[in-house]
Ligand binder design. Structure first.
Ligand SMILES: [Zn+2]
Length: 147
């Protein structure tokens, strides 16, 4: 479907993820940005929305480490002895997304810091079950600024 505007659905969102893009929806009328694909603006209820590509940078707002894995993650080796981490990432543009958090020690949750800088990392994404994933941004060791 080249050059065809994609409908504002989860299927389109997932298709973009497979292309390495984290997309949201922006309202042309009021500027509201949403990380969920939706054809109506939740703020002004207008339908003048367009796709918006997020930078892929954000910060960890909260997280949990899960040791009872769903079947798909169990097949990847996650489970009681190898928990995985999932969290809420606040994108630098403002909206929040639920995502896997990669590259952290989920057996040692005390080592995982809320506020840490993250970057989108879709390299390990299961193409059959696309979902956003983030990894610690370690190129800069700067602490989050007070904001
Ligand atoms: Zn709006």
């Amino acid at each position: 479907m080249p050059d065809q505007p994609r409908s504002f659905t989860a299927a389109s969102f997932n298709a973009y993820l497979k292309e390495g893009k984290l997309m949201g929806v922006r309202c042309r009328a009021c500027g509201h940005l949403s990380a969920q694909p939706r054809p109506l603006c939740p703020t002004c209820h207008g339908d003048e929305v367009e796709w918006h590509q997020f930078s892929g940078r954000g910060r960890l707002s909260t997280f949990t480490c899960i040791s009872v894995a769903p079947a798909a993650l169990g097949k990847q080796g996650f489970g009681r002895n190898n928990p995985y981490c999932t969290g809420i990432v606040t994108l630098e543009e403002g909206p929040r997304v639920s995502a896997r958090i990669l590259g952290v020690d989920a057996r040692n949750p005390q080592s995982i810091e809320t506020g840490m800088a993250l970057v989108l990392d879709l390299a390990e994404m299961d193409a059959e079950r696309p979902a956003p994933a983030f990894r610690r941004r370690c190129s800069m060791r700067s602490r989050p600024s007070a904001a």
